[in-house]
Ligand binder design. Structure first.
Ligand code: SAH
Length: 342
């Protein structure tokens, strides 16, 4: 099978091209073309014809096909992409005053099976490669003719289950010869895979880590998220403390508020006790409707008292602004799609 050059960090590309007897500046040129959105070796006009032929013989450039684009009333855009093997994923673009932010998918489907999330309803199909993740950004950037400044790994999939490719992606998008996106503008969200949180800490990347906590009691969390049966909340928080120690970066705890399940004052008090004194922020997300679950829509009014409970213990907390709900582009609403739906 041909190797996808979009999945190469620049360093790896230099090494790979050296094996073809091409000097490092050639690898740099190829890397720059890729990040200008080039999908065809023949467009790399500063390479000789023989070089281009050599490349197209052994390599490919993954290009996702935009199958559908929906635009929300609030300006949020949702893209349906077809991957080279025919699988389809969704990606969301949010336009803010401070720049364009992309919520990208890291896997086709998801193995985590959280009870309130659409992404895992059909299980995991496969990991995405770094190139397939990168091309979600390149393709959208090209189609809006504008730069992407922020990236959140919160689409479908569990990023830490695809850690190697995710770290590669972070290296690639941060590269000054490429998109040069600051890692401080990148957020990786995880449902809490402990070994991988320790592993990620070792890289000491200045990214933002978000943890899907969603409860302060193990029994409640276990009912919401299968992963909670594997690791207790205390073990998870211990891993997070060690992450903060290693990286000096504040952690965000995400808390999807599900009426009657985890949104009552006692549970929030318990949360406040557990998080008190930590370098953290709490992001409250009024749960979004997904097929057949939580059909009624719960608005963010009425949750200010929860913010106050947390703030009283010195914990900063905000309620996440809901974007794109009218096109099923909000948190937990992205999923694998099939051709039959089109
Ligand atoms: N697998 C990763 C990232 C994807 S989800 C993770 O679990 O963190 C991004 C966030 O949306 C997570 O916090 C997830 O728990 C949350 N989420 C999932 N379904 C939701 C829903 N229906 N309403 C609100 N948030 C939801």
């Amino acid at each position: 099978m041909k190797k996808d050059l979009k999945s190469f960090t620049r360093k790896a590309l230099v090494k790979e091209m050296a094996s073809l007897n091409l000097p490092p500046y050639r690898a740099n040129q190829i890397f720059q073309w890729i990040h200008k959105g080039c999908n065809d070796f023949d467009e790399m006009t500063n390479l000789s014809k023989s070089m281009r032929d050599l490349l197209s013989r052994d390599y490919t450039l993954t290009a996702l096909e935009q199958v559908k684009k929906q635009i929300s009333q609030d300006g949020t855009e949702k893209y349906l992409f077809q991957l080279p093997d025919g699988e389809m994923i969704e990606t969301v673009l949010m336009r803010y005053k401070h720049g364009n932010s992309i919520c990208l998918s890291t896997q086709v489907g998801c193995a985590m099976g959280c009870q309130f999330c659409a992404s895992g309803m059909e299980g995991l199909v496969r990991n995405l490669s770094a190139g397939e993740m990168l091309d979600q950004i390149l393709s959208i950037s090209r189609s809006i003719a504008d730069r992407i400044s922020h990236v959140v790994l919160m689409g479908s999939g569990e990023p830490l289950q695809n850690l190697e490719e995710v770290v590669k992606l972070l290296n690639i998008i941060n590269d000054e010869e490429g998109l040069h996106i600051s890692l401080r503008h990148v957020t990786v969200s995880t449902c809490g895979l402990l070994p991988q949180i320790y592993q990620l800490a070792e890289y000491k990347l200045p990214i933002n880590l978000a943890i899907s906590l969603h409860a302060a009691s193990d029994d409640i969390r276990q009912n919401m998220m299968p992963i909670a049966r594997q690791y207790s909340i205390d073990e998870l928080l211990k891993a997070c403390d060690s992450y903060v120690e290693m990286t000096n970066r504040r952690i965000t705890y995400e808390y999807a508020l599900v009426p009657g399940v985890n949104d009552y004052p006692e549970e929030i008090q318990k949360l406040a006790q557990k998080l008190k004194g930590k370098l953290c922020h709490v992001n409250l997300i009024p749960v979004n409707p997904v097929d057949g679950v939580f059909p009624a829509h719960h608005r963010q009014e009425g949750y200010q008292h929860i913010v106050r409970i947390l703030e009283k213990q010195g914990i900063s907390a905000t309620i996440r602004r809901e974007l794109g709900a009218d096109i099923d582009a909000s948190c937990g609403q992205l999923k694998r799609r099939s051709k039959e739906e089109l």
